[in-house]
Design a protein around this ligand. Structure first.
Ligand code: SF4
Length: 420
């Protein structure tokens, strides 16, 4: 195979992979014990981002962009008139090793269209990871896509060589999936996820008894949902996300604003802006659920089915629950401190620590890094200057927006124009 042909394949298959954003590589602790190449734990994985904010850190490619399915939102769908290519297993192994040795990458993110069948494709993905680990002694990070419908045996093997496995839900509701990806069904995603979840639990418990038990997918599993392709509201997206976090022990759910790529009446028109701001609000909500102790029903419910694009979801919650404020930062528990807009968890821990020695004033809080622009309306401390009282939620929102320089301001006005 000529160098030019491999390069041509690389161009096609790296380009086709760029729509998948589930390539974060945190969470692995695979160390280099066999004097092999790479160490996923030593330096972490560095990430870079394309202009539109998508992660392109690892060698991120498809094994092939041939696909037997015809999912409307996907550039790889069989009805799309694009150049096709397929790597051989050895070619991916060689590329990974060569790029790694040249310090271009620190790991591999390998996905694929489905050629012939789920198992036929999954077998080849597993073969790449297996060769890298066993023949090349590669200890760098490997993220493999699980092909929906792949057999339990292949999923079991995949987790023995990959750091992370992920199967993309893509469309948040079954109705949307039926409309845009009629070849797929929810059960095909759930089966490999269930298998991976159970294997992780089993390998972990065996390791407690037998120390030599190998690690199974040490960085866990993740998934991706496309935002804005099929008309789901934020509540539907986040309830789906919450369900998968809870039932499949997912490490991460990624939200990917739909990039219009086809003339299809079922989808937003080509030229429709990618909903980046909405994507950002969903990530913020995701963090509130995972790290700030919020329940999904507090943020999104029948009365509030969509996130406010103007303000972050924690501020939105606070403005709807003014009876909970102001919070006294010198007395409140961790749960309530975490609910004050403008306080991240780092600030919360700093406050809890600092107030053991003194009563905190605004000056202390500013030094800690509290975002004063938002927090001042929701808390009191040992000094009373700046305290705001008797302001309506609308007035507070207006004051905050007036004083914010959001990097999303221009994006927001573009997106709002769509609904004008
Ligand atoms: S199965 Fe995957 S690769 Fe194939 S068309 Fe659907 S989303 Fe694209």
């Amino acid at each position: 195979m000529s160098f030019q042909r491999v390069q041509e394949k690389l161009n096609i298959l790296a380009d086709a992979a760029k729509y998948d954003v589930s390539c974060s590589s945190s969470g692995s602790n695979r160390t280099n014990k066999n004097k092999g190449l790479g160490d996923a734990s030593a330096s972490g994985i560095c990430h870079t981002y394309t202009e539109d904010g998508r992660c392109v850190s690892l060698l991120k490619i498809l094994l092939t962009n041939h696909c037997i399915f015809d999912c409307a939102y996907c550039v790889t769908r069989k009805s799309n008139d694009v150049k096709r290519a397929a790597f051989k297993v050895q070619e991916v192994v060689d590329l990974t090793m060569n790029f790694y040795r040249r310090n271009y990458i620190e790991g591999l993110f390998l996905s694929s269209g489905i050629f012939k069948s789920a198992d036929y494709t999954m077998e080849r993905l597993v073969a790449v990871a297996k060769k890298l680990r066993l023949e090349e002694n590669f200890n760098g990070y490997i993220h493999l896509k699980s092909i929906p419908g792949a057999s339990d045996e292949l999923m079991r093997e995949a987790g023995l060589y990959a750091d992370r496995l992920s199967v993309n839900i893509e469309i948040p509701t079954e109705k949307g999936l039926k409309l845009l990806a009629p070849d797929k069904n929810r059960a095909d995603f759930i089966k490999p996820m269930e298998k991976v979840k159970n294997e992780i639990i089993q390998y972990k418990s065996e390791k407690k008894i037998i120390r030599s038990t190998p690690k199974y997918a040490p960085a866990g599993q993740s998934t991706q949902m496309i935002v804005g392709a099929s008309g789901e509201n934020d509540m539907q997206i986040m309830y789906t996300s919450n369900y998968f976090y809870k039932n499949f022990n997912l490490k991460r759910v990624y939200y990917s604003g739909y990039v219009p790529i086809s003339y299809d009446t079922r989808l937003p028109q080509i030229g429709t802006p990618v909903p980046m701001l909405r994507e950002n609000r969903l990530y913020q909500t995701d963090w509130l659920l995972r790290f700030y102790g919020f329940n999904i029903e507090e943020i999104l419910n029948e009365q509030n089915q969509s996130l406010d694009l103007d303000i972050d979801p924690k501020l939105g919650w606070a403005l709807r629950n003014m009876h909970e404020f102001p919070v006294d930062v010198n007395k409140a528990d961790k749960r309530m401190l975490a609910r004050i807009p403008g306080l991240g968890m780092k600030s919360v821990f700093k406050i809890l620590n600092a107030r053991r020695y003194r009563q905190l004033t605004w000056d202390h809080l500013k030094a800690i890094g509290v975002a004063f622009n938002r927090a001042q309306y929701f808390m009191v401390c040992a000094s009373n200057q700046f305290e705001k009282r008797d302001l309506t939620p609308e007035k507070i929102k207006g004051l905050i927006l007036q004083n914010s320089k959001s990097k999303y301001t221009s994006m927001l006005s573009n997106q709002l124009n769509l609904f004008g």
